[in-house]
Design a binder for this molecule. Structure first.
Ligand SMILES: Cc1cc2nc3c(=O)[nH]c(=O)nc-3n(C[C@H](O)[C@H](O)[C@H](O)COP(=O)(O)OP(=O)(O)OC[C@H]3O[C@@H](n4cnc5c(N)ncnc54)[C@H](O)[C@@H]3O)c2cc1C
Length: 422
């Protein structure tokens, strides 16, 4: 006879962590049995790695355009956004003793500036009597139990290398997506949901560096620049980019990458536009003043105080093919032309880097099979799918941990309502 639990949770990442925290805070749940199955030997590994070890857990400006979905109808996305943006994660954490601060981009971080504070907070969800956390337990399948109801879950434990089975009235799938397989999420867990009749959309890397066509720009590896980056009418943002030996990375590229990765998946050949003179005071007039009346200066003299010198050289070579070099003496017309071209420098993107370099995966469980208010399956009552596994992925800036916590919150509320009715 399989041991039976009230709730079984697959995965112990952000979404599962917040679900356990809500369950812990809810007195109605003091007597229930919960089984948590996590493939890693440690929970919350992605939380620990998030935000460069600082955990950018949310954002004070949550907007619809930050969320990407292949399969969600407009109505589905509207409702999911209501659920995701409607949960005050910052307030929740603060009420429970984890205050935060917000940076100039609205990104929210724990006051300690350490992701460990968030994982420490979430680990408390394992404390209550009735919670059984099995670490190093990789779930391979789940199925509906005929007659009795509920779900049967099978997993293999790393330490003993033995197969185990248990049953649960409610099953919560919180096993993440396909990004960063180094931390346990390689997309293989989607087969559990496919076995339960759910469809999964195409899955592509998101919040990811970009590979560009081989050119002299690849020689600039390690050089950073403050630029304004834009892509069609969908993305425009000032921030830092980093040149690498394969293409481009850095915070501003990660911000743009979900738009680019989606365009690539749709068969487009995306081109980023870079303004290397983003500050208001970097006008043609300013550079002409530097040039000085009658005193013919080189491109390096005029632009070398604004751009890295190697970067300037390569940009001029790429743009003017030898006609204007960094040592060329310039006329006023040349200055205007350089300004114009370096304000709208185009870089064609060949591909996104792999899931190993991606912070999230875009795509996931088809939204058609999910209720966007509770994140319960439309196929099986009492099956909930929360977090990055959903085909509803956020951009860079704290939108994904917010999504994981908020979808867990919606599932929790639905479970609580049902449970109290038992
Ligand atoms: C390097 C990095 C930095 C990031 N920084 C940020 C940030 O600052 N802000 C932000 O909002 N987002 C950030 N993200 C994204 C964010 O961490 C995720 O979107 C979020 O954690 C998703 O939560 P989740 O619970 O759905 O999945 P996860 O947190 O990925 O958890 C899923 C868990 O399920 C387990 N699992 C998978 N398959 C099985 C199985 N078969 N059996 C048992 N267990 C299984 C995995 O081991 C994992 O522990 C970052 C991601 C990475 C990789």
């Amino acid at each position: 006879m399989e041991k039976r639990y009230d709730i079984a949770v697959i995965g112990s990442g952000s979404a599962a962590g917040f679900l356990l925290s809500f369950l812990k805070e809810s007195r109605a749940f003091s007597k229930i049995k919960i089984l948590v199955l996590e493939k890693n030997t440690k929970p919350f590994r992605k939380i620990d790695a998030s935000g460069n070890g600082r955990c950018n857990f949310s954002n004070s400006h949550i907007t619809k355009k930050e969320y990407f979905s292949f399969s969600g109808s407009n109505e589905w996305k509207e409702k999911a956004f209501e659920a995701v943006s409607g949960f005050d994660l910052d307030g929740y954490l603060s009420r429970l003793g984890v205050p935060s601060y917000s940076d100039e981009y609205g990104r929210l971080f724990p006051y300690t500036n350490s992701a460990k504070t968030i994982s420490w907070f979430l680990e408390k969800g394992f404390d209550p009597e009735g919670v059984e956390a099995r670490l190093g337990a990789c779930v391979s399948a789940a199925s509906k139990i005929k007659n009795e109801g509920g779900f049967s879950i099978s997993w293999r434990e790393r330490e003993s290398d033995c197969e185990h089975k248990a049953a649960a009235d409610i099953l919560v799938f919180a096993a993440g997506g396909a990004a960063y397989p180094q931390l346990g999420t390689d997309g293989s867990a989607f087969s559990i949901l496919k076995g339960l009749g759910h469809s999964v959309t195409k899955i592509i890397p998101g919040i990811v560096p970009l590979k560009t066509k081989k050119s002299d720009l690849h020689e600039l590896s390690g050089i950073k620049a403050e630029v304004c980056l834009s892509f069609k009418k969908t993305f425009k943002r000032q921030g830092e980019i980093l040149f690498t030996d394969y293409g481009i990375s850095g915070p501003n590229i990660l911000y743009a990458s979900n738009y680019i990765s989606t365009a690539l998946a749709n068969g487009e050949k995306p081109e980023l536009t870079i303004d290397f003179f983003p500050e208001k005071n970097m006008t043609d007039k300013y550079f002409e003043t530097v040039h000085g009346a009658g005193d013919k200066k080189t491109a390096l003299d005029i632009f070398g105080g604004v751009l890295n010198h190697r970067l300037l050289k390569v940009l001029l070579d790429e743009t003017f093919k030898g006609r204007i070099k960094s040592g060329s003496k310039l006329s006023a017309t040349d200055i205007a032309e350089i300004c114009e071209r370096l304000r709208s420098f185009k870089i064609a993107v060949e591909s996104a880097m792999s899931f190993k370099e991606a912070q999230v995966s875009i795509g996931g469980v088809d939204c058609g099979g999910i209720d966007p208010s509770s994140f319960e399956s439309n196929i099986h009552k009492n099956l909930y799918i929360i977090g990055e596994a959903l085909d509803y992925t956020g951009g860079c800036g704290g939108f994904n941990i917010q999504q994981a916590a908020a979808t867990a919150r919606s599932a929790f509320r639905s479970i609580k309502k049902r449970r109290e009715g038992f």
